[in-house]
Design a binder for this molecule. Sequence first.
Ligand SMILES: NC(=O)c1ccc[n+]([C@@H]2O[C@H](COP(=O)([O-])OP(=O)(O)OC[C@H]3O[C@@H](n4cnc5c(N)ncnc54)[C@H](O)[C@@H]3O)[C@@H](O)[C@H]2O)c1
Length: 318
Amino acid sequence: MSTSHPVAAVIGAGTIGLSWTALFAAHGLPVRVSDPRPDLAEAVADALAQAAPQLARQGLDVHGLAGRVQLAGDVPEAVRGADVVQENGPENTDFKRELFATLVREAPSHALLLSSSSALPASAFTDGLDDAGRILIGHPFNPPHLVPLVEVVPGERTSEDAVARAVEFYRSVGRVPVVERKEIPGFVGNRLQNALSREAIHLVEQGVVGPAELDTIVVNSLGLRWSTVGPFLGAHLGGGPGGYRHMAEHIGPSMRRMWDSLGRPEQGPEETERLITAVEDAYGARSYGELTEERDRRQLAVLAALADTTPHHEENRS
Ligand SMILES: NC(=O)c1ccc[n+]([C@@H]2O[C@H](COP(=O)([O-])OP(=O)(O)OC[C@H]3O[C@@H](n4cnc5c(N)ncnc54)[C@H](O)[C@@H]3O)[C@@H](O)[C@H]2O)c1
């Protein structure tokens, strides 16, 4: 990126695109947004208004935030003159294949083309494209203006230069990029999340706990722990001074015996309906706005508490 403020295009302004828009603009980038939704102007204005105080709490200057965001009439208009494009459209291979063909055609040849895709790897939708070297996944966690991780996943034909530029770009907007060297459905974050979700669904289906109790267990144990140490360092410390070796040799065998009883819930239409009802019974009385406000407030409190204590090696990891 040649200037300190590259021009960003955000394609798809749903949950993720709106959050990226706020983050990029708060870092001083001019942002062009494209989405066919009829309420685009209102959605962008609402998202910026909601995110501004949260971004300010992270030390960002949010004056003039809205002035840096421009609505584009269509995708070509949004990406013309862009240095970096962040795609956040529907999670669908055909959609992304067609969209990236347009991006390659319409964006300047130096522009980095990034997809927020949660599970589809870049190679799944770039097979027919000549210019796939600058296309790769930049997968965030919701909401990307608060949760720092971005999984940077090159496709088979992505250039090393594009990977390095993506890492540099995400760092420049305060994110923590981690490069993953093999394309695998769901990448790393969503595989881990789904391993846990699968067992969570199993435990609820078996009547061991309800959705709210399960969430209470995670928030007060694993979630708290994992905002300070990951599973491997957690286990290394769980082994006491004997470390991971002691954990693996002492408690490991009884944990591994449990692996055979981990759930593989069915999730046909009936089971899915039952689960949806259970979650709605637990949380349906509170509005989306109220729940996201509470989540974001708590998320910011954790980030603020951790800000001064982030280990050096994590800040520099890529
Ligand atoms: N929601 C999450 O937690 C999450 C997290 C990380 C990554 N993602 C990924 O981000 C992407 C977007 O997910 P989301 O949850 O924001 O979806 P969403 O449904 O909230 O938003 C998708 C948006 O794309 C728009 N769109 C449809 N066709 C378009 C077109 N031709 N041009 C521009 N925009 C178009 C839709 O109008 C909609 O606003 C997906 O690939 C998803 O896997 C989602």
